[in-house]
Design a protein around this ligand. Structure first.
Ligand SMILES: [Zn+2]
Ligand SMILES: [Zn+2]
Length: 249
């Protein structure tokens, strides 16, 4: 299983890094996971979007989903339109995205995407990949996703704070892709539904992750400091997600 970072910039994109977006690929499956601003261009640079087997969106915050509209236009208005790409998300994501377009049942977006509401703990199957949605600790309904392929495991936290039972559902991933929106103890500034880098490291250690990849680091923070703070809790080398990098799982 290959995990490619399309964008890792926390909450907003930079000229060289889209906001949250990833591509999970195996020999038989290609899954686009989150679609932050700038992500569609990065996606189209590495794969023909027409061959996607599924789209997954973690939650309805714009830094994770606005490029769904770019994908919709690209797939709908190409000379050979693409239909029926399975689109998995919490019902509130589907309602907000289609609401933005005033899209009734006859709208073209329902032809391009086959919207499939997701429930926590009910596994999704895409080709040879099993995906487990896990309810996270965030200000709107948010799913983290566990990916399993041939016994290999990857878990993506999306946006989350440290509370709730989600940590029990992470499993023991070969690669934990964790958000790390804060440094130091800045998670205590009243905006707590995100993780500090130190918390990401401690959680990676608790769940027995083999590797930890930090993402969703805001552009105004130095990722080297985030990595150092996460390594303290994890006790192993930590990586920061950079666009274009592919991690074998
Ligand atoms: Zn976010
Ligand atoms: Zn969010």
């Amino acid at each position: 299983m290959r995990f490619t970072v399309l964008g890792s910039s926390g909450t907003y994109p930079t000229p060289t890094n889209p906001a949250s977006s990833y591509l999970v690929r195996t020999e038989h499956s290609a899954i686009w996971c989150d679609a932050g601003p700038g992500a569609f261009q990065a996606l189209a640079a590495v794969i023909d979007p027409a061959v996607l087997d599924a789209v997954l969106v973690s939650h309805r915050h714009p830094d994770h989903c606005v490029d769904v509209f770019a994908a919709f236009h690209a797939l709908a208005y190409r000379p050979d339109p693409v239909h029926g790409i399975p689109f998995f998300a919490h019902p509130s994501v589907i309602d907000h995205l289609t609401g933005f377009l005033d899209a009734g049942r006859d709208h073209l977006i329902h032809t391009v995407f086959d919207f499939r509401p997701v429930e926590a703990g009910v596994d999704i199957s895409v080709g040879d990949v099993a995906i487990r949605p896990v309810r996270m600790d965030h200000s709107v309904p948010t799913f983290g996703f566990g990916f399993e392929w041939q016994g290999r495991r990857l878990f993506y936290t999306a946006d989350t704070g440290p509370n709730g039972s989600w940590i029990d559902d992470v499993g023991q991933p070969d690669l934990l892709v964790s958000e790390a929106s804060f440094q130091g103890d800045s998670g205590g500034n009243g905006y707590t539904q995100h993780l500090t880098a130190a918390q990401a490291g401690e959680i990676a250690s608790r769940v027995g992750a083999t590797r930890l990849l930090l993402t969703h680091i805001p552009p105004h923070l130095d990722p080297r400091r985030s990595v150092r703070e996460a390594e303290t809790g994890f006790g192993r080398t930590v990586m920061a997600a950079v666009p274009g990098a592919t991690h074998e799982v």
